[in-house]
Design a protein around this ligand. Sequence first.
Ligand code: FES
Length: 177
Amino acid sequence: MGSDKAVQSAGKAGALSEEDRVFLQEVVERDRAEHHGRLSYMDIMFDLEHHYGNSLPGAVLGEVARLVGAPASQLNGFVTFYTMLSTEPRGQHVIRVCTSGPCHVTGAPSIVAELKRLLGVELGETTSDGMFTLEASSCLGICGVSPALMIDDDAYGNLTSGDLPRILAAKRAGGAQ
Ligand code: FES
């Protein structure tokens, strides 16, 4: 993740620092080089989400739109289409619980209920300490180990409610398991 200064300037004041502008230009140019002159909006957005604390501030999207020569509305439309991307501030870790069919029938509702209880939040909310945002997700592509969830880039499957305190504690401590 990037500096707190960058996150604060872009996310709260709605204006970009020179550091932000340089960083955004570097991200776009690197992506263009990696894709041989074309652009992958998804790769760019993932890079920016990691840098800006799991969200994509409007000022950031506006500057990226300018850099890639696209209307800001097009980038906003892209971000709002994909549930893994967000323009809203989110926690340090984003928990995505799969609620699609196979996970639903193997226990996703009880996993969601237990996460709500443990974290004290509803779906779409962030814990008061800013550590976790809890979200429902469509299929994560790991149906063979349903019910499943992802926290950031780490996948967890064959879950029971009893697994959750250990997983959350490890994340709080900075680990993946
Ligand atoms: S249905 Fe849950 S991972 Fe595919």
